[in-house]
Design a protein around this ligand. Structure first.
Ligand code: ZN
Ligand code: ZN
Length: 364
């Protein structure tokens, strides 16, 4: 059985536990996960004995190549998707059909309810997303490739850093390098934040220049064929100030404490606390205003979250970011982010871009 087929099997048993006999998967990324299909605008209907992809004529050939063995129901103009759902679901005749409440709009839900007479719609949340939390071998290999792509691109732009370069130019160069190296592109719009801009955790690259400040924060990731990576480094572009040295040390130690706490069975909240307590003890608790990390995979931000409110346990095969930060308005910010795989007996940091402060000094 191929990977997507195994995933569909697991999903079927989750659907049964949710009290339904079938599921209509409408989230595009979930459809990709369950079928291997790399296009969009398609749904997957899983019943007890059938697996049907509902798509349109643009994707017919791709679907035949990427997901052999699945039944295809290809709509043609002028049939709209909701009309197609009515026809295909009508023939499959489920009694209780799970729908993905997190990805369906209220309008779509109402439309389905109106058209699917005799089918009880069961609103579900996270059925596929929780399966996606645990990565299989192929997914881990794909994330490793995405990490490697991001790191190679970063090494190129780091070596080419010049005083006059703007944040936007560097963000653009990252995208360019990742594509040259064979990636689909950046996993998300990179953050390149010079000096005080780095105090904004989600700063948008603008026209500040490298020479405007002694530090630049870069948060970037690559998307390989499908899977993503997500990393952050701070580069020192002039003499390291005592303030940078002090804040960097705290964030560095916090990240190490977080990574050391990662193992199967540790709660996500405990990992967040391990890092957060280092920052709090140093007096910067109020300057670390986000959770410690998030899952990565087909999406840059996915379940689970390393956060104070998450009391579930980590499991082998999860891949999470660990990204503590300290943000000081008017001055700048320090965040260090790596991608970490939960292994049988602890964890493995998948990213290897140097992060000791002395290794982050760039001559420009
Ligand atoms: Zn990031
Ligand atoms: Zn992140």
């Amino acid at each position: 059985m191929d990977r997507p087929a195994k995933r569909r099997d697991k999903l079927r048993s989750r659907v049964r536990s949710a009290g339904a006999d079938s599921i209509l998967v409408t989230s595009e990324v979930n459809v990709t996960y369950l079928t291997g299909f790399t296009g969009d605008s398609s749904y997957l209907l899983l019943t007890r004995d059938r697996q049907i992809v509902l798509s349109d004529a643009r994707y017919e050939e791709d679907l035949q190549a990427e997901c052999p063995g699945l039944d295809l129901e290809i709509r043609r103009p002028p049939t709209k998707m909701h009309e197609w759902v009515e026809q295909v679901v009508g023939k499959a005749k489920p009694r209780k059909m799970a729908v993905e409440a997190d990805s369906l709009s209220v309008a779509q839900f109402d439309e389905f309810q109106k058209r699917l007479k005799g089918v009880e719609l069961v609103k579900t949340s996270g059925l596929v997303e929780q399966l996606r939390e645990i990565k299989d071998k192929d997914e881990i290999a794909a994330i490793r490739r995405a990490v490697r792509l991001a790191e190679r691109a970063f090494a190129v732009i780091r070596a080419a850093l010049r005083p006059d370069q703007t944040e936007r130019e560097i963000a653009h160069n990252l995208e360019h390098q990742i594509r040259l190296l064979g990636g689909r592109g950046c996993a998300f719009p990179p953050i390149v934040a010079v000096g005080p801009n780095a105090a904004l955790p989600h700063a948008q690259p603008g026209y500040a220049r490298i020479k405007d400040s002694p530090l630049v924060l870069i948060d970037w990731g690559a998307q390989g064929r499908l899977y993503c990576s997500d990393l952050t480094r701070v580069l020192a572009t002039a003499k390291i100030s005592p303030k940078l040295e002090a804040t960097y040390r705290v964030v560095f130690d916090a990240q190490r404490a977080g990574i050391e706490a990662i193992r199967p069975g540790a709660t996500m909240a405990a990992v967040d606390a391990a890092a957060r307590s280092v920052i709090e003890k140093a007096g910067y608790g109020g300057q670390f205003g986000h959770s410690l990390g998030h899952g990565i995979g087909l999406q840059t931000h996915e379940s689970p979250r390393l956060a104070e409110s998450e009391h579930r346990e980590l499991k082998t095969g999860m891949v999470v970011t660990v990204e503590p930060g300290i943000y000081l308005p008017g001055w700048g910010g320090v965040r260090i982010e790596d991608d970490v795989l939960v292994t049988k007996d602890g964890c493995e940091v998948l990213s290897h871009t140097p992060k000791e402060l002395a290794e982050c000094v760039v001559q420009i």
